[in-house]
Design a protein around this ligand. Sequence first.
Ligand code: SP5
Ligand code: ZN
Length: 343
Amino acid sequence: MKIIYSDRQQLHCVPFEVLGGEPTPNFEQPQRALQVLDALSVRTSGPVLPPSAHGLAPLKRVHSPDYVDFLADAWNQWQATFPGKAVALPFLFPNRGLRQRLPRHIEGRLGYYAFDLSVGLTATSWSAIQDSADCALTAADLLLAGECSAFALCRPPGHHAGRDLMGGYCYLNNAAIAAQYLLDQGQQRIAILDLDYHHGNGTQSIFYERSDVLFASIHGDPDDEYPHYLGFADETGAGEGVGFNLNLPLPLGETDWSRYRQALDSAIERIQAFAPDTLVISLGLDTFCEDPLGEFSIKSLDYLEMGRILGGMGLPTLFVFEGGYAVDALGNNTANVVEGFEQ
Ligand code: SP5
Ligand code: ZN
């Protein structure tokens, strides 16, 4: 399958985040994408192609126009206010009891559009963020042109980003943007299967009241794991979307492949009943046993079987790369999914 990737995605590099009460080197490093690119180039049919620019319009079909314009201009505003400070980072948020009102000052704007401290912006972040979304859109074009699968090697990732909210290393929701684009190009139903270890709160919230996009997610129980405030089993959709949201939270520490596989079977059963035109897979590899942010125990060879099961669904499939922080194993694990899928 074709792999879509842009070198400009290397331009986004946030030096630190805050974890466990301490400044910590940011886990979402440029090297992640290079490891995956290497492994996919060597081990799968390829080829690797650059994204084509789709402009702001498809982004604004999912995100609010003010949020997209903010992302594109945030660095300029930051630099004007904090000259010489290399990373724009929020530090306060309009939580309970505070006004949901976009203020003038960049400090207030950053917090208004963020829900955690993992989403710094540097001088070159926007190029990478935009190219990451363009990778998903270009991969969607391949499916529209009749390819049966494509791999969008997106970085930064997307599934935590909401309509006007960044967090969890995510700025633009690449999977949601691709799904909406496929609908706008004439498809009727899209299923999004989110296999990242963390719940895809952004994707869920974007499509929560919609019946043309089915969202199914397998993830660490948010009672015990990030993002904590969404992703529970009783969230089944609202309004038109009732019945089109499926959360399968699994326990930390005791989820191995056999347990995960049962959840995957349930998700697949629901997706097959939905009969989507395209399956978008938010592929996070942070379910890996050695992932520094995860508490599942999936092994490298399990990803081969995961790929075979996904390929066995027989649906046009768009892979969108999300999380995964065991950098040394990330390429191999990702290539295992793709190789299994192609068997
Ligand atoms: C795209 C993606 O995978 N984003 C993940 C962001 C997670 N950041 C916060 C991690 C919090 C770590 N706390 C560990 C709690 C017990 N495992
Ligand atoms: Zn994750």
